[in-house]
Design a protein around this ligand. Structure first.
Ligand SMILES: [Zn+2]
Length: 442
């Protein structure tokens, strides 16, 4: 008998028409819930003259006003502390506190009920099962178990599937590697930056991750790297493991995942989330593949702090094919391409930071670290790319820089001031890397 590859065979292969009807039903349900239980949502919708009954079709969903991250911060100034009146359940029902990293401003606090928390674990079960996690696996979690959402629900999902779960919380990187080796763990989850950093550390400890460790698969999250071909290739080469990607966010949930067949594409979990893609400038709905826009997302089943038509500013695009795995969930192409705030015009050319990463990581002579700084000199934009050359390649610096300049120009249509920094001197990141700095805005 063929092994079942789906966590939920019925839902994951639901014909598209039925899936869309399910989405409409769930959208109406969460909208009504928020209107009746969250003062923030009720006041907001009333100010637009919108009643839940106005939404009768999928097309009507576009009439529902969007929310933005700044609004989520603003609402926190009101009672009940610390979430504000967006909360749609009594405070006593909140059991889990998490928060966003705050890299783009004041952190957003996320309160979840026990039902929400279990639901998030269910979302992650779809992801891990699609990425071949099974009861035989011994899975290591090398992340700080703290106020950030990170891999908390992935931890519980791995347990729910039946994997053996090793929490590598307060250990440092060396100790984590030794623990993974000692216990012959065959899978782990981390940000792409940290996965590369662990590989580097293992090599410095005299261990070859490919030969001396037992990792067969790695699930990445938190940064776009695993959907960027050169970064994924670099991880696969260092670890000799299959790399899977996932995208989620604290305010939204774990909304997408790669499977065994999807390559650099990711499925949107459409049973739990409604993903709309909008043209960044005109706001027009994009249904066709290949055209990039920003994601507006609705979380159907999270009740404490509903997330309805959230303008995520994440730039994505639909893929042009369905997946061979048989899942009917639609694919996006290449993960999150950038942030609508980050994708910016430099010298009049649209630039996505991931394009720079793709070029830099395709150079085996360069380290994993880099930084991009955009400034203004007079009226003219100026881009500086800081890189490190790996030991042993310094003699070829001139030739490497010429090739890098050329590849960057081909990929992004822009010229760069390339600064070579001593190996190991650029900032290292354990959590989300902040490599793109646009200083023109300040
Ligand atoms: Zn698939």
């Amino acid at each position: 008998m063929r092994e079942n590859i789906y966590w939920n065979p019925y839902i994951e292969t639901l014909p598209r028409e039925k899936l869309k009807m399910l989405q409409l039903k769930k959208f109406k349900r969460i909208l009504k819930w928020a209107y009746e239980n969250s003062p923030f949502y009720r006041n907001y919708y009333q100010s637009f003259g919108l009643e839940p009954e106005d939404i009768k079709t999928l097309e009507d969903i576009r009439k529902v006003p969007k929310i933005e991250k700044d609004m989520l911060r603003e609402v926190q100034k009101r009672e009940p502390f610390p979430y504000g009146d967006i909360l749609a359940v009594p405070l006593e029902e909140v059991v889990a506190f998490r928060q966003t990293s705050g890299t783009t401003g004041v952190p957003v606090y996320q309160g979840d009920t026990w039902q929400d928390w279990e639901w998030q674990t269910e979302c992650w079960s779809y992801i891990l099962y699609a990425q071949t996690y099974r009861p035989k696996d011994r899975v290591f979690f090398p992340f700080g178990y703290n106020v950030f959402t990170a891999f908390w629900n992935a931890h519980y999902a791995a347990e729910k599937i039946g994997c053996e779960v090793i929490p590598g919380g307060v250990l440092n990187t060396e100790a984590r590697i030794l623990k993974m080796k000692e216990l012959k763990c065959n899978a782990f989850l981390a940000t792409p930056t940290y996965v590369l950093g662990m590989g580097d550390t293992a090599l410095k400890m005299g261990l070859d991750p490919k030969k001396d460790l037992y990792i067969e698969k790695i699930t990445c999250a938190g940064e776009p790297g695993a959907s960027i071909p050169s970064t994924r290739k670099r991880i696969e080469e260092i670890w000799g493991a299959k790399v899977y990607d996932h995208i989620g966010a604290t305010e939204i949930g774990a909304w997408s995942f790669g499977c065994t067949h999807s390559g650099l594409m990711l499925h949107v979990n459409e049973a739990f989330f409604l993903v709309e893609i909008e043209d960044i400038e005109t706001g027009e709905l994009i249904e066709e593949p290949g055209r990039q826009g920003k994601m507006v997302v609705t979380t159907f089943d999270r009740i404490a702090k509903p997330c309805i038509r959230f303008d995520s500013k994440d730039v994505i695009k639909w893929a042009d094919h369905t997946c061979e795995c048989g899942r009917t969930f639609r694919l996006i192409d290449g993960g999150v391409i950038g942030r609508a705030d980050d994708i910016t015009k430099v010298k009049g050319v649209l630039l996505a930071p991931t394009a720079i990463e793709e070029v830099v990581r395709s150079f085996p002579e360069l380290s994993d670290e880099y930084e991009v700084v955009v400034t203004k000199k007079g009226d003219i934009d100026d881009i500086t790319l800081k890189i490190e050359i790996k030991p042993g390649y310094e003699g070829n610096q001139k030739e490497i820089l010429a090739r890098l300049q050329n590849d960057l120009r081909l990929k992004t249509n822009l010229g760069y001031n390339i600064e070579v920094h001593p190996y190991g001197s650029l900032p290292r990141y354990d959590v989300k890397a902040k490599r793109f700095k646009d200083l023109r805005k300040h």
